[in-house]
Design a protein around this ligand. Structure first.
Ligand code: 4NP
Length: 151
């Protein structure tokens, strides 16, 4: 079992989008029993809140549902993930602060798996969830290609 955790600031826009898109890709490849997927926030600001309307609507166009997904904060048990996948550079810093000196899985930004050293387009101020979806799709595809080689 490979465990993957997507992380962003609020766990309502970017990381739940990555979780849902990645889950669909994994299902389509018939790998659901081999890859466990979750997401979390570096903050507690949105704790218990559902996925942002913008993410929900963009994913509905891909026939992806986010029903039953709610924001939660990063917890100690999350360190057991093989891949802790951040959406941007500030997430990386916050995740590393949370981990401290403890052992954890690989901590990288999602687009690094696609060879890009930049964050996922943040829709919080721009409201451009299309750009976020494009970035998330690119990163998830690259991450899945990498994990498939390890299975
Ligand atoms: P996310 O987006 O980190 O992609 O879920 C945000 C959610 C909440 C806030 C900022 C970004 N906020 O400032 O509350």
């Amino acid at each position: 079992m490979v465990k993957v955790l997507f992380v962003c600031l609020g766990n309502i826009c970017r990381s739940p989008m990555a979780e849902a898109v990645f889950r669909k890709m994994v299902e389509e490849e018939g790998l659901s029993k081999q890859i466990e997927i979750d997401s979390a926030a570096t903050s507690s600001w949105e704790h218990g809140n559902p996925v942002h309307q913008g993410t929900k609507e963009r994913l509905a166009r891909e026939n992806i549902s986010v029903a039953g997904m709610y924001s939660r904060s990063l917890e100690d048990r999350d360190l057991a993930n093989d891949y802790i996948v951040a959406m941007d550079e500030s997430n990386i810093k916050n995740i590393q602060k949370f981990i401290g000196k403890r052992p954890s899985g690989q901590v990288k930004m999602l687009l690094e798996y696609a060879g890009l050293k930049r964050g996922i387009a943040d829709p919080w101020h721009t409201k451009d969830f299309d750009k976020t979806y494009e970035d998330v799709f690119l990163g998830c595809k690259a991450l899945l290609d990498k994990i498939k080689k390890e299975l």
